[in-house]
Write a new protein. Structure first.
Lengths: 451, 309
């Protein structure tokens, strides 16, 4: 569409020139046709009137033809031949017809920087039909199919399960904000997994989010199921951070960069309604709070260290006046050589959480952690290990622990197959030996990679 | 409760810290070293310029490291390649930059693809069955010197807008770059003139613009489809095709594994050339004009050696 209007704009001066030249030409020729008669002032006036009327008629006719051309060009998809221009009988000096068809190299006028998607791109290739899509959000659907073999008497999963289809909608709202929606369709129903507005350019270097989103507590809690390097969640997330849903609530988040010469340092403060698996509000004032500080530093161009500390505080589900406080620290070491970035990488990560939970009988202080490593050994192959150890939030004498190994195959950026062997020793004494597997696939817009 | 209060007060205090960073007059961040080099040509020492990606890195697979957020946070101008080349990593960096100047649509957001000639725009329906296609056209367009000139012109206009005091300086630098580029084009065309229409194979579809300008005939790719790693079946077909058409040159970008290209070379008697598509791809290529000098020399030497036609 951009291209079409460009053609028209460049055509307009030519037509305008034709409008001016045509009557002038005719006027110049008039004396040559009737050289003998010596016109009176009255005749001259009439002649001028006649010419003016003629000129206006020509102008109107060109105006109509221009409008018709414009309308026609709007309806044409580049690539299709332009219908021939019907020349009306009044044709004066003809302007060059619009170039038929679209050249294979689209030329975009310089300076036509538009505000489109996150990259500011306008799809100029689709013609009229694409016009209606320009302001549509980027849409993608991610399927997460899970399976399990082996035995687990404590927390069994189904043999096969289309666990989740996540639909994402992302777009710029206006010059001040962008919006991201992640809707999860699962066997339990439809849920707003996340849906929030981001203000990227607030004064004071602040970045604010408003809506429902994953709370900035640690790393694994902030990731969607398809972004995790495992089929399951680490046990500590299940035991202390509320399981599959994790800490995910409606609220407001504000973060700021802290300038310093040594590293990337970001502080985040968040306040939530108090409606997640850990925090529960009984009055409007029972909001829950989250604070996080994250530091990041490049050690070399291939290696970097990412560390964070988080705290979450709020009323828990026991009743009004009973609080839970969660403290977590996390560290991630990444290695990815730039020249071989698509073949090799390593990520080592650990997260530790301490939960203090007020209960009716007595307060419980529980601890849990996981440590994991993931290594890419070929363009399409990854392998990983993880060790889990975690007490339970409501009874610290119950400990679940055990190792896992994973193997992941990536046919392309848009799909992956993963297997995980997990040997978990539950506090009840039962040991679960399981083989979990997962198919992940995504269609639609190419989302950004997580870091 | 008391401890929580203390912690939240501490966080609030940190949030309130107002740091006065010392800033250069104009800070430019580019996504690739090619754009970095062109901006440098025009900006000279009046502007500080940094690139996010390195030239020896696959520009599709850069990581969105927080250290890049810091660079973008201080930028007055962001110059990007566009056409979805940086799709997987640039948008989150820009969102988190907390910098209104470089948001899409702002004056400090310069999408270089808006000013250049673009090749390989798909004309039919596009699906992912075709691999990692770029529906808006081939983003490796900087490998046509004419596009380099157009980018330079756009950069000159943008820098003049941001820093009007130095407009004469930028105009002078542009004229000088334009002149050296024109000389280069003559030199490169002359060097390639005897070999117009020579048949080659490339790893990825990075060289479409380059091939068009310098008269190379790309008859196939080591990748079966863009972004899809080599497969045995495709490699076999490619080897047969190369033998039947007597193709002696395989171009490989520095960030791809040369195992498959080497195997193909052994079967066909061809030469594998690790040819940088970007400034900084190898040490010998510190700038945009040297990129063509280096690549043309490499190519001509290989053609002479293999006697390819």
């Amino acid at each position: 569409m951009l291209r079409s209007s460009f053609t028209l704009t460049s055509l307009r001066p030519v037509l305008a020139a034709a409008l001016v030249i045509a009557p002038a030409f005719a006027y110049a020729q008039t004396p040559a046709v009737q050289p003998a008669a010596q016109p009176t002032a009255q005749q001259l006036r009439e002649e001028v009137e006649r010419l003016r009327a003629e000129f206006e008629a020509v102008r109107d006719s060109y105006g109509e033809r221009l409008a018709a051309l414009e309308a026609r060009l709007k309806g044409i998809e580049p690539g299709q031949p332009v219908p021939p221009v019907v020349t009306p009988p009044t044709a004066a000096p003809t302007a060059p017809p619009p170039t038929p068809g679209a050249p294979t190299e689209a030329q975009v006028p310089a300076g036509a920087t538009g505000a489109g998607g996150p990259t500011g791109s306008l799809p100029f290739y689709g013609g009229a039909s694409a016009m209606s899509k320009i302001f549509n959000p980027d849409i993608a659907v991610i399927g997460n199919f899970l399976g399990a073999f082996g035995e687990n008497d404590v927390n069994p999963r189904p043999a096969f399960e289309m666990n989740e289809a996540e639909a994402t909608f992302q777009a710029v709202v206006d010059p001040y904000a962008r919006a991201d929606f992640f809707l999860a369709f699962s066997p339990e129903g439809v849920e707003i997994e996340e849906g929030f507005l981001t203000f990227p350019t607030l004064p004071g270097g602040l970045l604010a989010k408003v809506g429902k989103f994953k709370q900035q507590v640690g790393k694994a809690n902030t990731l969607h199921p398809h972004q995790l390097p495992w089929v399951d969640q680490p046990v500590v997330i299940d035991n202390l951070l509320g399981g599959d849903e994790g800490l995910n609530d409606s609220g407001i988040s504000v973060s700021r960069l802290i300038s310093n010469p040594w590293m990337f340092l970001e502080a985040t403060g968040e306040v939530y309604q108090g409606s997640s698996s850990v925090f529960q509000s009984f009055e409007r004032s029972d909001v829950s709070w989250v604070g996080r500080v994250r530091g990041y530093r490049d050690l070399t161009e291939a290696t970097n260290l990412d560390v964070g500390a988080s705290i979450a505080y709020g009323n828990n589900d026991v009743g009004p006046g009973f609080d839970t406080r969660l403290v977590g620290i996390d560290a991630t070491l990444r290695y990815r050589p730039l020249r071989r970035a698509i073949y090799r990488r390593f990520m080592g990560r650990t997260e530790l959480f301490w939960s203090d939970r007020e209960q009716v009988a007595d307060d419980v202080s529980a601890f849990g952690f996981y440590a994991s490593g993931e290594y890419q050994f070929a363009r399409r192959w990854f392998t990983g290990v993880r060790y889990d150890w975690s007490e339970r939030a409501f009874d610290s004498s119950l400990v679940d622990k055990g190792p896992s190994v994973t193997l992941t195959y990536w046919p392309s950026e848009f799909s992956q197959v993963r297997g995980q062997y997990r040997r978990l020793r539950y506090a009840e004494g039962a040991t679960a030996n399981e083989f979990l597997f997962q198919f992940l696939f995504s269609i639609g817009a190419h989302g950004a990679h997580t870091f | 409760m008391k401890r929580t209060f203390l912690i939240s007060t501490a966080i609030a205090a940190i949030l309130a810290v107002n740091t006065a960073a010392v800033r250069a007059a104009v800070n430019v961040v580019t996504t690739t070293e090619d754009l970095w080099s062109i901006v440098k040509e025009i900006a000279g020492d009046k502007v500080s310029v940094e690139s996010i990606a390195r030239g020896y890195q696959d520009p599709h697979f850069v990581e969105a490291k927080p250290s890049f957020i810091l660079k973008l946070n201080r930028a007055d101008l962001l110059a990007l390649v566009g056409l979805e080349l940086e799709q997987a990593w640039l948008p989150p960096l820009v969102t988190q930059s907390r910098n209104a100047k470089i948001q899409p649509g702002s004056p400090g957001y310069l999408d270089a693809s808006r000013t250049v000639k673009i090749a390989d725009i798909p004309t039919g329906p596009v699906t992912r069955a075709m691999g990692d296609v770029h529906p808006q056209g081939n983003p490796h367009y900087w490998l046509d010197p004419e596009n380099g000139r157009r980018i330079a012109k756009a950069v000159q206009a943008k820098l003049t807008e941001l820093n009007p005091a130095d407009s004469a300086y930028f105009a002078e630098r542009y004229a000088d770059f334009d002149r050296r580029l024109a000389e280069g084009e003559k030199r490169w065309q002359a060097a390639m003139a005897p070999y117009k229409g020579i048949k080659i194979v490339t790893y990825h579809r990075s060289w479409t613009n380059f091939a068009q300008v310098f008269g190379l005939d790309v008859i196939g790719y080591v990748e079966p489809k863009p972004g899809i790693p080599p497969s045995p079946a495709h490699t076999l077909t490619l080897v047969q095709e190369m033998k039947s058409q007597n193709v002696k040159i395989i171009l490989v970008e520095p960030y791809f594994d040369v195992k498959t290209p080497n195997a193909i070379a052994r079967d066909t008697g061809a030469t594998v050339l690790v040819m940088p598509p970007s400034v900084g791809g190898v040490k010998e290529v510190p700038g945009y004009i040297q990129l063509f000098d280096y690549n043309i020399n490499l190519l001509v030497a290989a053609i002479k050696k293999t006697g390819a036609r």
